[in-house]
Design a protein around this ligand. Structure first.
Ligand SMILES: Cc1cc2nc3c(=O)[nH]c(=O)nc-3n(C[C@H](O)[C@H](O)[C@H](O)COP(=O)(O)OP(=O)(O)OC[C@H]3O[C@@H](n4cnc5c(N)ncnc54)[C@H](O)[C@@H]3O)c2cc1C
Length: 407
């Protein structure tokens, strides 16, 4: 059987590894636009100079050779022709398959702010080639503007501060990393970044730019009227799934590729996994989806069980935070907060169930909290502070409706 995998990242590599394990003699080809396998999560280490490109190769230098997998690097798939059982590569032409797995992930998005899409020195950060361009731009530079203070924006700021570049970070919300952090949890990170020279412009919008005659952006202009000078600009304003090459293939997409519980698309012999399937935007889930797809391709019938999108751990300057479930409270939610010597914990309870948890400082006992949020475990009054709760406190069976709850 011939397996063709498009994409060589979290989902693609874990799928290739699993297929090889289950089918020692099958033919496996992995195609990617990337020149080399690398972890997106470690790009800031590359950017900041702590790790080389080789050191962020999470598969291992000899992965393809050792597993007898053909790797076609720096190749772009431009279309898929299910009637002919092949995908078409820009350089390779038709690549035949018996099973096709799409793991093309996503790319950064530059919003249509005047000058942003045209200027030569505006960058996104999604893959190694982006990090290489930013690294080159940073050479000899003194200052930059980063638009967006989510995890990717903070990763970039962290790395560039390490290189001694003055970073000015613009964020529409009133706190940094707003998807994961509330105001209390965001404040210590902001302080830590400010201590190394980073400046934040919160509740502000980038609205324009100054671009010189050579096509280089010299400043970002905020709606509030401020002018932020920059030798280069990084935009971290969200991503778009890589699905354009599927046009005309019959594979159903809306914003992402539509898959069922088995990671199958609507077209026979075509599966999809990872960020391109839109079930999640984090590395461990992409890898698990890749593995699940691989097992189904090899004839098992395994459902992707963890459709649980929101889980993040961050660590900047040694301060760790775990964020589980969407960090937004609605009218009627109960919000429990526990501030203590070694950290801060916040739980959001909606309709009697735990829907979000932030844990900063000491994040031990993570598995316990993950279970509670993932299962939407019922919560009953507890007079213990949040950070003292453990399995012993919640693993009670409520006979009235047959569910486990925290008492
Ligand atoms: C800077 C940064 C930091 C991150 N930090 C974290 C973190 O700390 N924790 C976490 O859980 N997640 C993090 N993420 C998210 C995580 O990296 C993604 O969820 C994960 O990479 C998704 O993997 P994937 O395999 O679905 O797709 P991607 O990693 O997007 O890879 C897509 C692959 O498809 C290839 N490709 C795309 N289009 C084509 C085409 N037409 N033809 C051929 N090949 C193609 C690409 O070359 C690439 O190999 C971070 C992301 C970024 C950008």
């Amino acid at each position: 059987m011939r397996h063709l995998i498009i994409g060589a990242s979290a989902a693609g590599i874990s799928a290739a590894r699993k297929i090889r394990e289950l089918r020692p003699d099958d033919e496996i080809t992995v195609v990617a636009k990337d020149a080399a396998v690398h972890s997106r999560c470690m790009l800031h280490h590359f950017l900041g100079g702590r790790k080389s490109a080789e050191e962020i190769n999470f598969a291992g230098a000899d992965f393809f050779e050792k597993n007898n997998i053909r790797f076609i690097a720096e190749e772009e798939i431009t279309s898929v022709l299910p009637a002919e059982n092949c995908a078409v590569g820009r350089k390779s032409g038709k690549l035949p398959y018996d099973a096709l797995l799409i793991t093309t992930g996503a790319r950064f998005f530059i919003p249509p702010i005047p000058g942003f899409r045209e200027a030569k020195n505006v960058y996104g950060l999604r893959d190694l080639s982006d990090a290489q361009k930013i690294k080159a731009a940073a050479r000899g530079a003194k200052e930059c503007v980063i638009v967006g203070s989510g995890l990717v924006g903070l990763d970039a700021a962290y790395a560039l501060c390490e290189l001694g570049i003055k970073c000015r970070v613009v964020e529409m919300e009133d706190r940094i990393c707003p998807l994961q952090l509330d105001a209390v949890a965001a404040a210590p990170y902001q302080r830590l970044f400010e201590e190394v020279g980073c400046e934040f412009f919160l509740a502000k919008k980038a609205a324009g730019s100054e671009v010189d005659d050579g096509g280089r952006m010299r400043a970002v202009l905020l709606e509030s009227g401020e002018r932020l000078p920059a030798d280069f600009v990084i935009v971290t304003a969200g991503v778009r799934p890589n699905i354009e090459f599927l046009e005309g293939s019959g594979v159903v997409t809306d914003r992402c590729v539509k898959v069922d519980d088995y990671m199958r698309t609507n077209v026979a012999n075509i599966w999809a996994a990872g960020d391109v399937a839109g079930l999640s935007g984090i590395w461990p889930n992409a890898a698990l989806q890749g593995e699940t797809a691989a097992r189904n391709i090899c004839g098992e019938a395994v459902k992707y069980a963890d459709r649980y999108a929101m889980k993040n751990t961050m660590n900047f300057f040694g301060l760790t935070t775990l964020s589980l479930g969407p960090n937004a409270s609605e009218a009627g939610d109960e919000v429990l907060v526990s501030e203590w010597r070694r950290g801060y914990t916040k739980a959001v309870i909606r309709g009697g169930r735990l829907v979000h948890l932030t844990m900063q400082g000491d994040i031990s006992n993570t598995g316990f909290w993950q279970e509670l949020v993932k299962r939407g475990v019922k919560v009953k009054d507890s007079d213990k502070p949040l950070h003292r709760l453990s399995y012993a406190d919640f693993w009670h069976y409520d006979e009235s409706d047959g569910e486990y709850c925290w008492v």
